[in-house]
Every structure is written in C-alpha cells, then in structure tokens.
Design a protein. Structure first.
Length: 156
C-alpha cells in the first residue's frame, strides 16, 4: 500500500488521480478486515507456527548442512520469526515490495554468507507455507501467499 501510494503521488503530481488510478484503494479497503484478522491470527499463533516449523525441520535429514547449531539459532528461531512478522506486516499493509526491500534482500545476504541456502530453501519453500496453510483459512492464506512466494523466490 505504501509503495502504491508513493507511486500514485509521483504519477499524479500536479493533477487529480483518475478513478482507475484510485481503484487499488477500494480493493484494499474491501479486504482490510480480513487483513487485520490475518495479521492478528499470525501474531497470536506465532509461537505455534515457529514450534511446528522447528519440529518439522528436525524430522528432515540435514546431514548435508554443516553447522546445525547455527541453523537452530538463526533460521529456526530468530530469523524465521522475523520473516514471519514482516510477512504478516506485508499482508496488513498490502505491500510486498516493502517486504522485499526492507528485509528479504538483506536476509538473503546473511543466508548466503553463512552458507545455509539449502536449509533456507527447505525452510521457506516447504515448511513455512505448509504450516501456514494448515493454520490459516483459505482466505487468510490467499492474502499471505504473495509474501510467502516472494520470500521463497528471494530467500530460496
């Protein structure tokens, strides 16, 4: 939303916006209650989501990954929580571009620096979407899907 509003401001400088240019506001307003509910639900279920991802991860054979302690501390704990929180915010404000710019590009650098990109692929391509699909309604998951797909494409 913030990116779209900024773009609208730049495109309409010195003139009024057309109804077509403002249509994204109507769509956002129509979906706002579901966005707030989805955000709140993810916030309330955060511990359960992270625990489920950790449990699922420990069932996967990670012998190819060199540093299990780093993975447990980084991706399973703090980093998964950060990505989840920023993704929920992206749903709330309808702004995946902001998610990409503010977190994911930086986080990708960290993942590659610690050489845990194979692990991140499992985490963000398989586990997080699967756990969220089980816990969210179809409508909520549909709102979350663009953030998940963006995380998948940037991080995995």
């Amino acid at each position: 939303m913030l990116t779209k509003l900024n773009q609208l401001t730049l495109e309409t400088e010195g003139r009024y916006a057309t109804d077509n240019e403002l249509s994204f506001l109507d769509e956002y307003i129509d979906s706002l209650s579901v966005r707030i509910d989805t955000y709140q639900k993810i916030k309330d279920l955060e511990t359960e989501i992270i625990n489920q991802i950790q449990n699922d991860l420990h069932e996967i054979n990670l012998d190819d990954v060199a540093n299990h302690d780093l993975i447990d501390k980084s991706c399973c704990g703090r980093d998964a929580k950060i990505v989840l929180r920023h993704s929920a915010c992206a749903v709330l404000i309808d702004d995946c571009e902001r998610l990409r710019e503010s977190l994911l590009l930086w986080h990708r650098t960290i993942i590659f620096a610690f050489r845990i990109d194979d692990f991140a692929r499992i985490m963000f391509l398989e586990l997080m979407p699967s756990v969220l699909a089980d816990l969210l309604t179809e409508k909520e998951y549909d709102l979350m899907k663009p953030s998940l797909q963006l995380s998948e494409s940037v991080l995995a």
